[in-house]
Design a protein around this ligand. Structure first.
Ligand SMILES: Nc1ncnc2c1ncn2[C@@H]1O[C@@H]2COP(=O)(O)O[C@H]2[C@H]1O
Length: 661
């Protein structure tokens, strides 16, 4: 019976154990899955922080193409919008050029059809632009609006929408009534605000802002000259081209004769005739005869270069326009009060426009030279300061060469601190990440580091420049920072600097051994070697406190960095193998952290004590039970013994007596 009971209990216990095992296994699996999921989420978030291209939610890629088209919208800084704006800029340029130039009747007669085709093409582009702009995202209350309906409403309410609509009114229909009325298309110029938008977008993107500024000014000048030239020609046609002559204010073909080239270029004297008729003085008394004779002489010895009427009209008008606007040329005097008024207005406009443009160019040149003059000021100031304080000439030379190096490398033309002060911390952090991440990733010590830890490091990096021969650290000094070579080379050298042990180039780390507090480091926190700059070297310095502060939040990374440090030390036989136990105690940690560490230790110790106490109590109880059991067993055995003794005692005593006898 008792055996059956025991068997039942054993079976139940084994079932319970299996069940518990299953539950534990399931829990382990769930934990593992959760960790994996968290890790993936972390990785994605980290990637998002570092890769600005991953800003879009990943679900977007799964949308069908119909949904993508229907819900398509774009950011005003996107590449698509930039190139589309460029096309619209070309459309505006086309209208700015053709509306004015089509006042030249020769062009109108020969190219009216082509002009109409061009108008149709660019008007279609304007129409597409009207539609596309309804999908332009905007920011409302700091949040980017992407909902299609909201974008549409916003666009319909904007003044630009009305400009776009007005610019598309089909005023071309008037051209079928009179071709000369190219001005009816002037409403197309309402779209000129897109040119300004394109300028802004280009300014954001270009690496040559000054060149682009110059282009803008030249473009503006050309457009003004062009319109003024067309207006001048238009006025000339009103006054009647046939009345024009070389002295008149209006356009005249006499002012632009075809150039005539001589053909007898091999003979520099170019004899006009065998009997040299020019020597005949009698014939030269009459002017018309002179002309006739000259024509006769040169007729077989020259050829005129023919230009089309349009090129003559346009070139002279443009020339007139440019000279009048810049008030430089001596033009024929106006002969009519209307011409006078036009000339006065032109001169006034020219003065205003060119005052603005010249001011702009002046500003541009000044800005271009500002940094240079600031540098020269610093250089001159440093020179005179050193001279006054009788600094050693060799050192003076070194400092001047250093300043020149900084200038040539462009380090003085940008003030990093200024940028850091202006940008919000987070944005500045992102920018720094994009600049420094590549270098940091190549550092083997940080190869497996969490990107967020690298981000922490990057925010704390400080750029330092060393001149040729400068010592970055000396053997035996207390290590206070570690370095990453950004560009140039450093050398690990012996005591007197005569022997180079190793040369470290771009992306290498040094100075880490003395600041990592590696357990077992024979040198402790002292530098293990002398490191010298080979040429001009740019280094990122990371302070010991900054490194430890960042590592405090990443204990795994800390362990891995220490392991790598140990490997490096072991290779150079600088590791005391008997003393490599990991110690969490950081002497440089803040007091709160030290107290927290002590608290943790005390808590762990108390827990251990409690566990020990529980174990002792348990073992005491089990000992008591076992002793109790033993006592029971002993009592039973003793009782049995007594019974047996009673039972067999008499016969035993009798047999004993018999044997004695
Ligand atoms: N043999 C070596 N090869 C490469 N780097 C070294 C060598 N010896 C020393 N260093 C570096 O030189 C640094 C000097 O300062 P640390 O001891 O802090 O860290 C040292 C290492 O990073």
């Amino acid at each position: 019976m008792a055996i059956r009971e025991t068997l039942k209990q054993v079976k139940a216990a084994s079932k319970l154990r299996k069940l518990t095992g299953g539950i534990l296994l399931a829990r382990k699996w769930l934990l593992h899955e959760k960790q994996r999921h968290d890790h993936q989420a972390d990785e994605l978030n980290t990637k998002r922080v570092f890769d600005i291209n991953l800003r879009e939610p990943p679900e977007k890629g799964k949308r069908s193409w119909i949904r993508r088209i229907v819900f398509w919208s774009f950011d005003e800084t996107s590449t698509f919008f930039y190139y589309w704006s460029m096309i619209i800029f070309l459309g505006c340029f086309y209208n700015l050029a053709t509306i004015a130039v089509m006042t030249f009747e020769v062009l109108l007669e020969n190219h009216f059809r082509n002009w109409m085709i061009g108008n149709f093409v660019f008007d279609s582009l304007y129409f597409v632009d009207l539609l596309i702009l309804t999908r332009k995202e905007f920011i409302k209350d700091g949040i980017r609006e992407r909902r299609i309906f909201a974008l549409l409403v916003f666009r319909l309410k904007s003044p630009q929408f009305y400009l776009d609509t007005l610019s598309l009114l089909p005023t071309d229909l008037f051209l079928f009534h009179s071709q000369m009325l190219s001005i009816v298309r002037v409403n197309r110029l309402l779209k000129v605000y897109r040119v300004l938008e394109f300028y802004t977008l280009t300014e954001i993107r270009t690496n040559l802002p000054n060149l682009f500024h110059l282009f803008k000014l030249v473009f503006l000048c050309l457009v003004i000259f062009h319109w003024n030239a067309s207006l001048y020609y238009f006025l000339s046609t009103i006054f009647g081209l046939e009345t024009g002559h070389i002295e008149s204010w209006i356009f005249s073909y006499d002012k632009v004769p075809d150039p005539i080239f001589v053909t007898c270029e091999n003979d520099y004297r170019c004899p006009p005739n065998e009997h040299h008729p020019l020597s005949d003085y009698e014939e030269w008394t009459n002017f018309s005869m002179q002309c006739e004779r000259t024509m006769e002489i040169w007729s077989n010895r020259s050829f005129p270069m023919k230009f089309s009427n349009f090129s003559k009209q346009y070139s002279l008008s443009f020339y007139w326009s440019a000279l009048t606007l810049v008030t430089l040329g001596e033009q024929p005097s106006p002969e009519h009060s209307f011409q006078n008024t036009f000339e006065i207005l032109d001169t006034f406009l020219g003065l205003v426009i060119f005052a603005v443009i010249l001011g702009d160019i002046g500003n541009m040149v000044q800005t271009m030279n500002l940094k240079k003059s600031e540098f020269e000021e610093v250089l001159d100031g440093t020179r005179s300061y050193m001279h006054r304080h009788k600094v050693h000439p060799a050192l003076q030379n070194k400092i001047v060469r250093y300043l020149q190096y900084c200038w040539s490398e462009g380090q003085m033309s940008v003030d990093e601190q200024e940028i850091a002060d202006f940008l919000p911390n987070r944005l500045y952090g992102h920018m720094s990440v994009h600049i420094h991440m590549e270098t940091l990733r190549r550092v083997p010590l940080f190869a497996d580091c969490d990107p967020t830890l690298l981000y922490e490091f990057i925010l704390r990096l400080e750029l330092q420049v060393y001149s040729p021969g400068d010592y970055i650290c000396r053997k035996g000094e207390v290590g206070k920072e570690m370095y990453i070579v950004k560009s140039g080379f450093v050398e690990v050298v012996n005591e007197d600097g005569t022997k180079v042990f190793v040369r470290l180039g771009e992306g290498t780390v040094f100075g880490e051994l003395s600041i990592l507090n590696i357990p077992g480091n024979k040198n402790g926190d002292r530098r293990t070697a002398n490191v010298r700059s080979a040429g001009y070297t740019n280094l990122y310095a990371l302070k010991k406190e900054d490194l430890w502060e960042a590592l405090r939040d990443y204990p795994d990374a800390k362990v891995s960095l220490l392991e790598k440090g140990k490997q490096i030390l072991a290779k150079d036989n600088l590791l005391d193998e008997s003393n490599v136990e990991q110690d969490n105690w950081d002497p440089d940690a803040p007091i709160e952290e030290k107290l927290a560490l002590i608290k943790d230790e005390v808590e762990a110790f108390t827990k251990q004590l409690k566990e020990a106490e529980v174990m002792i109590q348990k073992s005491m109880i089990s000992q008591k039970q076992r002793v109790g059991g033993l006592e029971r067993l002993f009592a039973e055995a003793f009782e049995e013994l007594l019974i047996n003794k009673k039972k067999f005692g008499e016969s035993f005593d009798a047999s004993a007596e018999d044997s004695d006898e």
